[in-house]
Design a protein around this ligand. Structure first.
Ligand code: CA
Ligand code: CA
Length: 478
């Protein structure tokens, strides 16, 4: 694998460097009116399958390479759309377990490659498939499949849809697919780590006027070391429904979204997450002038299966916000507040399970470190744009245990410190910085640093090294 990786990495970097200047002139700068016939394309989506290129059906719009790849006409009404991504990344990790357990140290080189094809058989039937590959070299402890998954079918689904109309639309997706809901606090495609997450699912999606709605059911894909061997994780199934509505009558630009997920988990790193949970989320978000806001409340009930075989009633919750204000001055500074609070179990002997299960949530930062169970993470964020293509994000967050009767968890639902190991609430202080330069529509380079300083609770547990996670990356996407 090591022999293969380095040429691939150099190839990817070369591809980025060659592709960038050649295609740079195709997209007008943001906010700038194009004087030539060059169109300004809609932005890329996180869920690539949500992108549509029907607007390129007119051959006059496909005079350069990129639109010619996004719309390849086959017969009248049918076309093929191709896309891909290459992300080389150099990563530094120190004490990701805060000084306990087998910890990777020093530099790693990573490469994520993606290639997808979207075949629109008729205006109402499409077949979407994506291959994805993730390599990591330099790890000094064996990495998981999230780092190392040489070649997999990341997505393969068929979609049946009604013809788009002003009345609304309805689509049914069947097969392996990426899913993202709301602010990515419960179900999402795991974009930051090397290999992404998908679900084997059936999903009905619709919208009509101010309403959006959907139903879905299935299971996540199990990440396995090795090639073309990822299977359906039947040990963690779900059924979900959601409905959202624009709430302009109450507050201009606002949106209310309700999401219900029933999960059945047969195996988990901790017994407390085994069992059936009903998760209900209400999320109010929007943008009004310089203000952007997002508040989410989540309640959980159900039955947890403990190690002794007893069933415990689940009573868990989460509350969080990521809101800010952008000042209309030079550098467009956005000052924000980000808070995440997940419940913990307040009493080991009361036959109730209070530890919040964050399901398939994105991490709080770009670092896959602490989970949301029994954790308060709260602090300010600042974003500035010194140049139109340059974005700087700074953040700082205090970390505390929600209840002193429960331990500390990581993003894999493992308890990394138990309740018996310390008495303090204060876990530590996290500081993050991210600088990204968007060369053009296709190419982005970024540097990310997360330094988390161990606080009183970690010190009491005996292992309390400060954590460092940093990454230098370039993403080329077409
Ligand atoms: Ca695999
Ligand atoms: Ca309890």
């Amino acid at each position: 694998m090591k022999m293969m990786f380095n040429p691939m990495l150099s190839g990817a970097l070369l591809a980025c460097l060659i592709a960038a200047p050649a295609q740079a002139q195709e997209t007008p700068a943001k906010g700038e009116k194009s004087v030539s016939a060059a169109p300004s394309y809609p932005p890329f989506q996180i869920i690539v399958a949500d992108e549509r290129y029907d607007y390129l059906s007119d051959a006059d719009k496909r005079t350069s390479l990129w639109p010619s790849l996004k719309y390849i006409p086959i017969t009248d009404g049918s076309y093929l759309s191709l896309g891909g991504e290459i992300r080389p990344r150099v990563e530094a990790r120190e004490h990701m377990g805060f000084g306990r357990g087998a910890e990777d140290s020093g530099l790693n080189s990573q490469l994520r490659s993606r290639l997808w094809a979207d075949l629109h058989v008729t205006p109402n039937v499409r077949i979407f498939a994506e291959l994805q590959s993730a390599f990591t070299t330099g790890e000094d402890v064996a990495g998981p499949a999230v780092d190392q998954n040489p070649l997999e079918v990341q997505q393969a689904f068929v979609e049946f849809s009604t013809s788009p109309s002003s009345q609304g639309s309805l689509a049914l997706r069947l097969g392996r697919q990426q899913i993202m809901m709301g602010k990515r606090r419960l179900i999402e495609p795991r974009g930051a780590p090397n290999y992404m997450r998908a679900y084997d699912a059936a999903r009905l999606l619709g919208h009509s006027g101010k309403w959006r709605f959907g139903l879905m059911g299935g299971a996540p894909v199990r990440d396995e070391l090795g090639t073309l061997n990822d299977s359906t994780n039947d040990d963690w199934t779900f059924i979900a429904g959601h409905v959202a509505r624009k709430m302009d009558e109450i507050l201009p630009g606002s949106d209310l979204e309700l999401l219900y997920i029933h999960t059945n988990r047969k195996i988990a790193p901790m017994d407390r997450f085994v069992g059936k949970r009903e998760t209900l989320s209400a999320r109010f978000s929007g943008k009004n002038g310089g203000l952007d806001y997002d508040v989410e409340l989540i309640g959980q009930h159900g039955k947890a299966q403990t190690g002794t075989g007893d069933q415990q009633k689940v009573r868990a919750w989460y509350v969080g916000t990521d809101s800010g204000y952008t000042f209309p001055v030079a550098w467009q500074p956005r000052l924000g507040l980000k808070v995440d609070i997940g419940s913990g179990d307040t009493n080991p002997n009361d036959n109730r399970m209070g530890s919040y299960d964050f399901l398939w949530s994105a991490s709080m930062t770009w670092t896959p470190e602490l989970g949301y169970t029994n954790l308060i993470s709260a602090g300010p964020t600042l974003r500035v744009k010194p140049m139109s293509k340059l974005t700087v994000d700074l953040g700082s967050a205090g970390l505390w245990r929600t209840t002193l009767k429960d331990g500390l968890y990581n993003l894999s639902h493992r308890q990394i410190r138990s309740v018996a190991e310390g008495r303090s609430r204060y876990v530590g202080l996290r500081t993050t910085a991210k600088v990204e330069y968007q060369w053009n529509r296709w190419l982005l380079t970024g540097l990310y640093v997360n330094r988390t300083f161990a606080g009183d609770f970690l010190k009491e547990t005996g292992d309390s090294k400060d954590m460092l996670h940093s990454a230098l990356y370039t993403t080329f996407r077409f």
